[in-house]
Design a protein around this ligand. Structure first.
Ligand SMILES: [Mn+2]
Length: 280
């Protein structure tokens, strides 16, 4: 099945501008399990998307969306990402848990060199190691920080004292939703170097659990739908976003709200990539 039910030329690798890389990796989830089912549920839900976007006035599927076969293997996911970037596509990786992000960021940084990293997440994920594991999902942003210091965080409301100190010490721009100040959020979104290629990682628990209950470590007080979209719009206008991922969806048996919301978010990223596009 292809993302957004594209077919024929609109789903071919050669002709598609977008690529979807399902990567159902789940090794270190610490609370509820089930993120390995994320990619399949996202693609299922995407069959029901309306393909015209009224906000950005564009039908992203008309640019073509190629969907890779799902994999649990790091090497295959990295190869799929490398192939997409080499062919100048805009790839979106579907997790899986958040620890896939440093793997993907590393592949992108090998190609582009210095990059910005912008992450939406309830959790700072800046622990140097968690339960003895440096590659834990709770260390995802820290592992990216090892590669690039140019990072910004949005939606943070679960953080320990060492992470908070790390943020202050390294002057990392962070938007905390308790501030309830979208102007400040947009200012932070504009604070990185606009000349650097940019990777966007969206952990679905950055959104409020009232609209995103299907995630393994939910936290109250998250971003609303239009707050997240406004921040993303600013990002897509200011930076050349070259790759993105959407991680930590844990599909629920009782409700399809989370699956559909996350698949719509992914499709919005495509609409923004076209309509807010900063020149490559
Ligand atoms: Mn998280």
């Amino acid at each position: 099945m292809n993302f957004a039910s594209t077919m024929g030329d609109f789903a071919s690798f050669k002709k598609s501008y977008f690529s979807i890389i399902p990567f159902s990796y789940e090794m270190t989830t610490s609370y509820m399990k089930g993120t390995s089912k994320g990619p399949e549920s996202l693609i299922d839900a995407s069959q029901n998307l309306e393909l015209f976007d009224e906000q950005f006035n564009v039908n992203a599927a008309e640019k073509g969306i190629f969907t890779f076969a799902n994999t649990e293997e790091k090497g295959i996911a990295q190869a799929n990402l490398g192939k997409s970037l080499d062919s100048k596509k805009f790839p979106i990786v579907l997790g899986g848990e958040h620890s896939i992000t440093p793997m993907m960021f590393e592949t992108a940084a090998n190609k582009f060199g210095k990059m910005n990293y912008i992450v939406f997440d309830a959790h700072a994920d800046l622990k140097d190691s968690y339960l003895g594991n440096k590659m834990s999902h709770a260390c995802a942003t820290r592992r990216v920080y090892d590669i690039s210091k140019s990072v910004a965080l949005f939606g943070i409301r679960s953080i320990d004292d060492s992470e908070s100190e790390f943020i202050s010490k390294n002057k990392i721009p962070v938007y905390y939703p308790y501030k309830q100040n979208i102007k400040e959020a947009l200012k932070i979104a504009g604070s990185l170097d606009p000349k650097l290629p940019t990777y966007v990682s969206f952990d679905v628990d950055g959104l409020d659990p009232s609209i995103m209950p299907g995630t393994g470590t939910p936290e109250p007080g998250g971003l609303t739908w239009y707050e997240a979209i406004s921040i993303l719009e600013t990002i897509f206008k200011r930076y050349n976003v070259v790759a993105a991922d959407c991680v930590e969806l844990m599909p629920l048996k009782s409700s399809i709200v989370s699956d559909f919301t996350a698949s719509k978010l992914i499709y919005k990223l495509m609409a923004m990539k076209i309509s807010c596009k900063k020149q490559d």
